[in-house]
Design a protein. Structure first.
Length: 403
């Protein structure tokens, strides 16, 4: 493997582009091979042949499942490396994952750099990942994410690479230690955790990386291109299948219905237009006919609950008339009714025995209960009450019932 000497020619151009067009730069992560934006894969895609100069590089134009199963003429005696750098591997079908596993088991190798790996692949290779920043999507939030990468190799052990944005704390959480080698790490909360592993499968191996952003245009600047070169140096010397992941499979998990009437129409341009015009005409007829004939549906307002408003009006009336004694009596009656219904106690005789039972059932202190009942007895005997006494009684009752 060669170091990214070819990539250095892009550095001044890309750096200048970022500086002079900050307001127009698209900082979204697209991982597209034709995009020259910071987080596209334009450089690494176009330099694949130079990167693997001694080996043939095939840029796939179809889904890997279709290529392996139908469109390729693979030589079983020659080893190949399959490379894909994308946001996720969800574009693989379950059948595609199975075919990829079979491809590796025959002695080939697969390099995948994803933020999210397909569940079926994780289950087959017995690994899980943990992404502490999986809920961060906005550019301004991603800009704050930084990380330091290292590779577990004597040749690279003294070198670390710091990436200054969009580096999620994404790493391998669980894996089979018997079949997995940790090739690289990322520092998360002061601890170095694996972000680049090699998982042996059959005669070949999967090379999995949890930070595809490290291979984008922006991160192939200022010496960081060396990290990408070092990562690819782990791949065996072999021909490359480079997957731009542009299409879903045309064959996987699809069962065509040969009796489908629409299929016959769609195979002939004239019948296709006839079908299209007919459907549009039918839709317009339904819209205008329904508007002309359908009766308007009256809006029935739901009945309003006026109990609270009525209670508020009555209370305001008593307060306005300064009839505090009346409100005190009603408050006492309200409290005693609550005691009867909630604690099933007879409130006819508010004696010491009643106070002890009420304190026990309500969970309030005996002294507080005694003070409340004595206050009620005192206010009940009076012919008049002040506003202060009403307020104190109200607070005592509310605090008692909340316990």
């Amino acid at each position: 493997m060669m170091v990214f000497n070819q990539l250095k020619k892009y550095a001044p151009l890309l750096f200048l582009f970022v500086l002079i067009s900050c307001n127009k730069t698209d900082w979204n992560e697209n991982f597209k091979e034709k995009e020259k934006t910071p987080f596209g894969n334009y450089i690494i895609y176009n330099e694949a042949s130079a990167l693997f100069k001694d080996y043939e590089v095939t840029l796939l134009k179809e889904n890997i499942y279709d290529y392996l199963l139908f469109d390729s003429d693979l030589d079983s005696t020659k080893i190949q490396n399959y490379v894909c750098i994308k946001h996720s591997g969800y574009k693989y079908s379950n059948e595609g994952v199975t075919e990829l596993l079979d491809f590796v088991s025959k002695g080939n190798n697969v390099f995948l750099a994803f933020n999210h790996f397909k569940d079926t692949l994780q289950a087959s290779l017995k690994f899980t990942t943990n992404n502490l920043d999986e809920k961060i999507f906005l550019v301004k939030d991603l800009k704050k994410l930084k990380g330091t990468f290292e590779l577990n190799n004597d040749q690279f052990s003294k070198t670390s690479f710091t990436f200054d944005r969009n580096i999620r704390r994404n790493y391998f959480l669980q894996y089979n230690k018997n079949s997995t080698n940790v090739l690289g790490t990322i520092e998360v909360d002061g601890e170095k955790v694996p972000n680049f592993v090699k998982i042996h499968h059959g005669k070949g191996a999967f090379y999995l990386h949890t930070q595809p952003i490290a291979f984008t245009n922006y991160n192939l600047l200022n010496g960081r291109e060396t990290y990408a070169a070092n990562v690819f140096s782990y791949l065996p010397n072999a021909a490359i299948l480079w997957d731009p992941h542009i299409k879903s499979s045309k064959y996987s998990e699809k069962k065509e219905d040969s009796t489908n009437v629409f299929k016959f129409f769609l195979e002939h341009q004239t019948l296709t237009w006839f079908l299209f015009v007919s459907l549009v005409g039918l839709l317009l007829f339904m819209i205008f006919n329904a508007r002309r004939k359908q009766r308007p549906i009256p809006i029935i307002e739901p009945l309003k609950n006026s109990t609270v408003a009525f209670t508020q009006t009555i209370a305001n009336l008593y307060l306005k008339e300064q009839d505090h004694k009346n409100l005190v009596d009603k408050k006492i009656g309200y409290f005693l009714e609550k005691v009867r219904s909630r604690y099933l106690l007879n409130t006819t005789n508010l004696n010491a025995d009643f106070i002890e039972k009420l304190a026990a059932k309500s969970g309030n202190e005996l002294q507080r209960t005694k003070y409340l009942i004595n206050t009620i007895i005192t206010l009940n005997k009076r012919t008049e009450s002040s506003e202060e006494e009403l307020v104190v009684l109200h607070k005592m009752i509310e605090k008692f019932l909340k316990n």
